[in-house]
Design a protein around this ligand. Structure first.
Ligand SMILES: [Zn+2]
Ligand SMILES: [Zn+2]
Length: 147
């Protein structure tokens, strides 16, 4: 995403543009995996942006509050992870061996939600599911057949 679009994202959310906000959104948008605050801090330092970890946390909280990014809490991860909010429904595939997290965008559960609503009268606003298992590489190295 262009810097210009990132800046308009920030101002549309009613936030002031700061270099930390711009750089963190940029990192998350380009990343193909979820990042922790620590990962983001390390990358910013590598990109020569001087920043301390508490500022990274504060910036992440603010961006999460405003819906620009998502905070993801995964059971086996001790720390929260972050992703750019693409406004697309998705789920995570989590490898129990190497901890790699993949994202999948197709979800068949919306029809099921309709069914549950009809049967139970409960109004469903969303769901959260994570899938646990072994990634392709780990299946090979651990000699697990995916059947
Ligand atoms: Zn793996
Ligand atoms: Zn789903």
């Amino acid at each position: 995403m262009e810097k210009k679009s990132i800046i308009s994202k920030i101002t549309e959310a009613g936030l002031k543009k700061t270099k930390y906000r711009v750089n963190i959104i940029d990192l998350l948008e380009k990343s193909n995996t979820l990042l922790s605050a620590q990962d983001i801090h390390t990358q910013l330092i590598k990109n020569k942006t001087k920043v301390n970890l508490s500022t990274v946390y504060r910036t992440l909280d603010k961006l999460t509050e405003n819906g620009i990014i998502n905070k993801v809490d995964i059971e086996q991860e001790k720390q929260s992870l972050y992703e750019y909010n693409r406004d697309e429904h998705h789920h995570f595939l989590i490898c129990k061996n190497c901890n790699k997290i993949e994202t999948i965008y197709n979800c068949p559960l919306h029809d099921y939600e309709q069914e549950i609503m009809k049967d139970s009268g409960f109004y469903i606003t969303g769901h959260k599911i994570e899938f646990y298992g072994y990634c392709k590489e780990c299946q090979k190295s651990l000699n697990i057949s995916s059947l």
